[in-house]
Design a protein around this ligand. Sequence first.
Ligand SMILES: Nc1ncnc2c1ncn2[C@@H]1O[C@H](COP(=O)(O)OP(=O)(O)OP(=O)(O)O)[C@@H](O)[C@H]1O
Ligand SMILES: [Mg+2]
Length: 293
Amino acid sequence: MKKIVKVQGLQKMFGKFQALRNVTFTVDAGEVVGFIGPNGAGKSTTIRTLLGIIKRDAGTAEIFDKDVWKDSLEIHKRISYVPGDVALWGSLTGGEIIDLFMKLHGGGDKQKRDYLINRFELDPKKKAKGYSKGNRQKVGLIAALSIDSDLYIFDEPTSGLDPLMEAIFQEEVEKIKDAGKSILLSSHILSEVERLADKVVIIRQGEIVETGTLDELRHLTRSTVNLETEGDVTHMASVNGVLDFEQKDNQATFSADNQHLSDILSEASKLGVKKFESAPPTLEDLFMRHYEG
Ligand SMILES: Nc1ncnc2c1ncn2[C@@H]1O[C@H](COP(=O)(O)OP(=O)(O)OP(=O)(O)O)[C@@H](O)[C@H]1O
Ligand SMILES: [Mg+2]
């Protein structure tokens, strides 16, 4: 699989404060990578390093096999970027700004632009200084999505968008994903990441603490099981991988280590299963585990 983004051992100091300690991950061709972590974890710092806005202190960072610092001009021709706080030239209209962005990127797709303006319900004739936060985000998103890039980098792109617009953003990202583009998406909206990402990278205090597909990450954690048996359900409390066991008559609720799920199932079946419900952990569960340390 071709690597579009390769980050290895990235480090960044701000004075004496080490914002990035050791950041390593990749984005493959055609892959959507969800980049998540608590406030101040280093997501935007990593992204700004990738964009050549700030210079790393150590490690390597490449996009399209080129160095993000030395070859940033060349790299920028093939990427679209939307930050969480899109800044605009106040005296231009939204439409003019979108066109300017597109021109800087070799034209863009005007039909797609018109379609997106319509979809995001943006009034392109208003001057940017009159736009609300959400409308400024829309300008950034419409411009980025109208440009045919090989890599899209979004840093909390939907901040300030209402849920309807957020859903439209997700649909449009799915389309560029289907077109085989690569996407690095940093977001605090976990349902968004859950829906879009092929792979999740979790950063905490400047270090990557977990990387994998959602299924892989789920595998490392626990499901919530609701079990009712014909025989005495108390036996289940001592089965390997069963935790937080709570019982009422012949019904039990417990956490199950996903690695031990098949053992748990076979032990339960010895007792005669009347009900077995298992809910996999959500990305939120996985996330909270890391957030809380
Ligand atoms: N220019 C800077 N000068 C000094 N410290 C900085 C600078 N930029 C970022 N930092 C610090 O580096 C750390 C990482 O910040 P960063 O913006 O990358 O976090 P983040 O993961 O994007 O958080 P959020 O979810 O709040 O956007 C924070 O502690 C922040 O205060
Ligand atoms: Mg940030």
